[in-house]
Design a binder for this molecule. Structure first.
Ligand code: FA5
Length: 335
């Protein structure tokens, strides 16, 4: 009897050893270990043996069963662990592919450069929410409901009183509500407008600037912005202040930089004017100061809001703002 189970065991081990795939190993397992398998049949037949032989035969058959189960399991594991390099379809002699190092998006790079320049001039950095209340985006900035000035910015409304902020200027109000003058703050962030052409996108980036205290004048604004433009571009880059209108500044100006694409001759980027508008600015309107409880007899200040995409286009000579958001690696890899 013992010889028989030993023979079964030897046959099964041989078949396990020669099996080359999981399918053939499963077939061996089925042949010997399943309910109708050879080992199981053997175990059943033990009851027919004389009583004194049964314990030894049972013990031996169970040992064989455990041994074969383990052998099948080990063989399957070693097939799984076999390195794919051992299979002929991979040429292990080829050089490895290097991982592509990531890099910062040009808009992020320029936003950081802008923030660096202003922090070196003593400005703190502030942030505010992109989903903003009508109050902070408009009313606190002296733009009442139904006022025609609301048409200046095509707004995405989330509900009657909630908008996607159209500019970073609401951060001015949020900062002034929390802090007393004097203060010098810049606030970078995403803004949203229903606007799209080669110099306008529905989502773009602005950096807001605010300087408030006693005796702050338009001269300080010009000085700070000229300094910024000379550090961002170079000493020769010209800028010009054009009288303009914003409900939250008085007087107000728009600031243009000489178009780097055509050097002032006129091209499609600057709409053939030779200049590209990069920011709006002005002296903070007393109505805004009143809304945050500042003493307008003592406190003055200036504010500005610049378009980061426009600055980046000028810096790198890019002629279409939409390229920033197309995620084309051939474009992005250049920065
Ligand atoms: C404003 O957004 C004012 N909040 C700026 C300001 C702040 C004025 C503080 C006074 C005091 P304006 O709508 O002009 O202004 O936008 C400012 C700049 O954002 C523009 O000069 C331009 O560079 C950029 N910009 C405006 N619309 C878009 C757009 N759709 N796509 C890309 N850049 C834009």
């Amino acid at each position: 009897m013992e010889k028989t189970i030993d023979q079964i065991c030897a046959d099964a081990l041989k078949e396990i050893e020669t099996a080359k795939s999981k399918d053939s190993l499963n077939a061996v397992s089925l042949k010997y270990l399943s309910r109708k398998g050879i080992v199981t049949q053997f175990l059943r037949s033990i009851s027919k043996l004389p009583p004194e032989e049964r314990p030894k035969a049972g013990e031996r058959a169970n040992e064989t069963k455990r041994l074969l189960e383990k052998a099948v399991e080990d063989a399957i594991n070693s097939l799984d662990a076999r390195s794919p390099a051992a299979d002929s379809f991979i040429d292990v002699s080829l050089p490895g592919r290097s991982a592509l190092p990531g890099s910062l998006h040009p808009i992020t790079q320029i936003t950081r450069q802008i923030c660096d320049i202003f922090t070196r001039m003593g400005f703190d950095i502030a942030e505010g929410p992109e989903v903003e209340s009508d109050y902070y985006n408009f009313e606190a900035l002296n733009i009442p409901k139904y006022h025609p000035a609301r048409d200046m910015q095509d707004t995405f409304y989330v509900s009657d009183n909630i908008v996607l902020r159209t500019h970073t200027s609401p951060i001015q109000v949020r900062v002034m509500e929390k802090r007393k003058p004097p203060l010098k703050v810049i606030a970078p962030g995403k803004v949203y407008r229903s606007d799209s052409d080669i110099t306008h996108t529905p989502m773009f980036h602005q950096v807001e600037g605010l300087m408030v205290g006693e005796n702050i004048s338009f001269g300080n604004l010009k000085g700070i912005l000229s300094n910024f433009v000379h550090l961002m571009f170079d000493e020769k880059t010209s800028l010009r202040f054009r009288p303009s209108f914003f409900p939250f500044t008085e007087p107000s100006a728009e600031v243009d930089i000489l178009c780097v694409m055509c050097r002032g001759k006129g091209c499609r980027v600057c709409s053939h004017t030779g200049w590209l508008e990069v920011l709006g600015a002005g002296m903070v309107h007393p109505a805004v100061f009143e809304n945050v409880g500042y003493d307008t007899s003592r406190i003055t200040g200036f504010a500005f809001g610049m378009g980061v995409e426009r600055i980046t286009m000028l810096k790198y000579g890019i002629d279409d703002i939409r390229k920033f958001f197309e995620n084309d690696f051939r474009f992005l890899r250049q920065f």
